[in-house]
Design a binder for this molecule. Structure first.
Ligand code: C2E
Ligand code: MG
Ligand code: MG
Ligand code: MG
Length: 285
């Protein structure tokens, strides 16, 4: 009986590994098609100035609804894109699409909207592609001001090669773009490089923010990041704000910007524009 049980487990394990490999393979090949056929879209989640209630911009988040695979979550297809090298074309597409969304909103509104857009940039993409000229071309092609674009990168993008990071971060600053450190607190930032690189914004990871009212340790971490940012003259965005209590607490703690389901979920381009037009300002948070 014991042996049968064991082989059974091995079978289940084998099937599991096989299924995983098949899934990964089909995601990669479907994603390749989606990228060449316009099968991806961006969803836009509002970024709220916590002190004034204004909508300062949107984070652009990749979405993929495949005819065969259905909705594939970004955490899953971004990982496959990074492993397969498809992240370069995905990242290029996202930068162009986000810049063009801004110019389409401007055209609809009749003048430039006072909002920007944040684009996520993967560390693998940075290692393999010329991200400076990618943004330069995206901004020029869309005819928008570089000031309205923010690149969100994770700590790993800098840890791997700080000297290279400096070069392209400086190039993005030459385009007047802002740089945000995404998921801050989950990686291994070198505090010296945080200070010496041209970073503008720290985005506190959702894992610290969403439970900080119940979990004292998380609250301590958020306070520490806020005071670190103040000393380094950086702005702070809190992600994962799911309740009004959290929004108010972060407002009281002097946090600059917030993002989360309490304000709005990521929306398609049209809904994001309508949302901005209807309530460009949260009178009260
Ligand atoms: P991220 O850059 O940290 O984006 C924030 C994620 O938190 C988004 O998940 C957003 O929908 C989610 N979120 C925002 N507010 C709340 C909230 O109040 N509660 C909860 N539970 N979640 C909230 P999403 O869209 O699933 O994206 C996951 C990750 O995939 C992103 O994390 C980012 O790392 C990656 N990603 C998405 N689009 C792109 C892209 O175009 N390029 C790259 N390189 N990565 C991307
Ligand atoms: Mg992000
Ligand atoms: Mg984030
Ligand atoms: Mg995150």
């Amino acid at each position: 009986v014991k042996i049968a049980k064991r082989t059974g487990k091995v079978e289940i394990y084998r099937n599991g590994v096989l299924k995983e490999a098949q899934r990964r393979f089909s995601i990669e090949s479907r994603l390749r098609d989606a990228l060449s056929q316009g099968g991806l879209s961006l969803a836009y989640q509002p970024l709220i100035h916590l002190q004034t209630g204004e909508i300062t911009g949107f984070e652009a988040l990749a979405r993929w609804n495949d005819p065969e695979l259905g909705n594939v979550p970004p955490t899953e297809f971004i990982a496959v894109a990074e492993e397969s090298g498809l992240i370069t074309s995905l990242g290029r597409w996202a930068a162009y699409e986000a810049a063009q969304a801004l110019s389409r909103w401007d055209a609809k509104y009749g003048q430039p909207l006072p909002v920007g857009v944040n684009v996520n940039v993967s560390a693998i993409q940075i290692a393999r592609d010329d991200v400076e000229s990618m943004f330069e071309e995206a901004v020029r092609y869309a005819g928008i001001d570089g000031r309205r674009m923010t690149a969100e990168l994770t700590e790993s993008a800098i840890v791997a090669d700080p000297d290279k990071a400096r070069k392209w971060l400086v190039a993005l600053k030459d385009l007047n773009m802002s740089i945000a450190m995404d998921d801050f607190g989950t990686g291994f930032s070198n505090l010296a490089s945080l200070h010496s690189l041209p970073i503008d914004i720290l985005k506190i990871d959702r894992s610290f923010v969403s439970s900080m009212l119940e979990d004292h340790d998380k609250m301590v971490i958020v306070r520490t990041i806020l005071s670190l940012a103040e000393s380094l003259n950086l702005k702070v965005t809190a992600e994962g704000i799911e309740t009004q209590a959290l929004a108010l607490q972060l407002q009281n703690m002097g946090c600059w910007q917030g993002q989360g389901y309490y304000f709005a979920r990521p929306m398609n381009e049209t809904d994001a524009f309508d949302y901005w037009r209807a309530r460009w300002n949260f009178e009260t948070i």
